[in-house]
Design a protein. Sequence first.
Length: 257
Amino acid sequence: MGATTPQRAVSGSALAVGADAGEALLSLDDLTSLQRLTSFTAHEVRNPLAAMRAMVQLALATDDDDRRQELLRKVIYSIDDLSQFLTELVSLAGVQESMLVRLDVRPVIVEVMRLFAVQADLLNVRMTMRVPEGLPPVWGNAPLLRHAIMNLVKNSMEAMPRGGALTIAVKHLSDRNSVCIAIRDTGAGIPEERRTRLFTGVPDGRRGAGIGLPFVHHVITQVHRGTLRFESRVGVGTTFYLELLPATAPLAPGRPG
Ligand SMILES: Nc1ncnc2c1ncn2[C@@H]1O[C@H](COP(=O)(O)OP(=O)(O)OP(=O)(O)O)[C@@H](O)[C@H]1O
Ligand SMILES: [Mg+2]
């Protein structure tokens, strides 16, 4: 996973407002927080479960032993991914310390590309990855970062039903002291009227207020102490920028964000 040298950082997170040592754990925000955490969890677990079900069905249906082995290996990989992810979600709830480690972003991106390869082929989407040599590691949490990027890639795929190009490009922005992951698509773009509350929208099923982007925003800004922004042009495409802290200096302990 490319993670080295664990460093502990106290989990802050908007989901544990007022949860300093000795303080009452309950606050006015807790119900909303719990609802959000439950929504995040259901959202992130449902997709891999559906994918695993499809893989097991294919494995049962095939007479090709090699193909069956390959499918079952993918199921095991998905189970491991989910298991790691759920462990990290516990940290999001503020129940235990969140762990940010020195993380190489390349393997995280490679895994996301691998997970979406079949879907990209089906949708006629050309996926490209640009990660320069010599990139510094970031302070990151691999399972959460992977799921954040997966959400952005999924949105991009949904915006390109008739195919297109998806590029994940990473740059070290030394002047901004950040490592920037850009996820660019040639999809439909986000209309002006949908741009407000994309990151904070209450997940109530209305168009433009989903669960995916609030989850990504939380993971990037609260857990990783980074920033999330986007540029979009209707009919041309959208780019989401995730800026993360390079792990070139020790991570100061304390509440993220
Ligand atoms: N890359 C993109 N291109 C075009 N529209 C986008 C893109 N990313 C997000 N959007 C718009 O933002 C909306 C909110 O995205 P978000 O991921 O939060 O929820 P969702 O995709 O609708 O549902 P889910 O909660 O299952 O992710 C989308 O419905 C879509 O209209
Ligand atoms: Mg989405």
